[in-house]
Design a protein around this ligand. Structure first.
Ligand SMILES: C[S@@+](CC[C@H](N)C(=O)[O-])C[C@H]1O[C@@H](n2cnc3c(N)ncnc32)[C@H](O)[C@@H]1O
Length: 207
């Protein structure tokens, strides 16, 4: 049985995200991805950056099965670990000791707007504990700037998210930045991405 899921957005955004990653990834070590979804990003980035170990995670079993199926399909079993069951709100995250020792950065793509605000807080809280000074947390997705949407399509998207779940919604970059500051990160770089998205690189600066 083929458990692979196909998320169309990953085909549209993977190249622009890969370009950002090519500038910030270390030469080796583990990158932890939170809310990996289908796993398509994980296998692509593992192949693009063969010296690192891409550690996917997702709280949904169907997504973890898809990630494992993508790892099998791309014959990456020797390089890429099996996905972890991480729900950002269930703290502390259960992290294997090998990952604890070699983690270099954390990335979460299109997750914080499809989860409660408390998930953003937990993401920074736990990332702040796991990462050392100089390491990064990268977020990708739509953001409001100065509490305003940057496009009509983002505003419509925000409305549709809130119809699905009142606790979801496009986050304000300033409010996310406050959480970052509270947990020892600075916003190092804000990169405008296609389709009214951003990549934001937060750098850990204090313990
Ligand atoms: C829109 S999907 C994005 C998936 C993938 N990152 C991508 O870009 O295709 C949002 C993902 O966040 C995950 N997610 C939702 N709530 C979460 C939580 N509390 N902790 C971690 N992941 C969560 C979902 O299971 C889902 O896989």
């Amino acid at each position: 049985m083929d458990n692979r899921l196909f998320f169309p957005a990953t085909e549209r955004n993977r190249e622009s995200i890969r370009e950002v990653l090519s500038r910030i990834l270390p030469t080796r070590g583990h990158i932890l991805e939170i809310g990996s979804g289908s796993g398509e990003h994980g296998v692509i980035f593992q192949k693009c950056f063969p010296e690192i170990n891409w550690q996917s995670s997702d709280p949904e079993l169907i997504h973890r099965k898809s990630i494992s199926a993508w790892i099998d399909h791309e014959e990456l079993n020797l390089k890429m670990p099996q996905p972890l069951d991480i729900d950002v709100e269930k703290i502390p995250w259960k992290i294997p000791s090998e990952l604890l020792l070699s983690i270099q950065g954390i990335i979460s793509i299109n997750m914080i707007h499809i989860a409660s605000w408390n998930c953003t807080k937990s993401l920074f809280n736990e990332s702040g504990k796991l990462l050392k000074n100089g390491q990064f947390l990268m977020l990708y997705g739509p953001f409001k700037i100065g509490n305003k949407h940057i496009s009509q399509s983002n505003e419509l998207f925000d409305g549709s998210l809130k119809m699905q779940n009142k606790s979801w919604g496009v986050r304000d970059l300033g409010e996310v930045g406050d959480e970052a500051t509270n947990h020892g990160f600075i916003e190092e770089e804000l990169i405008r991405m296609p389709a009214n998205n951003f990549s934001v690189i937060y750098r850990k600066v204090s313990l």
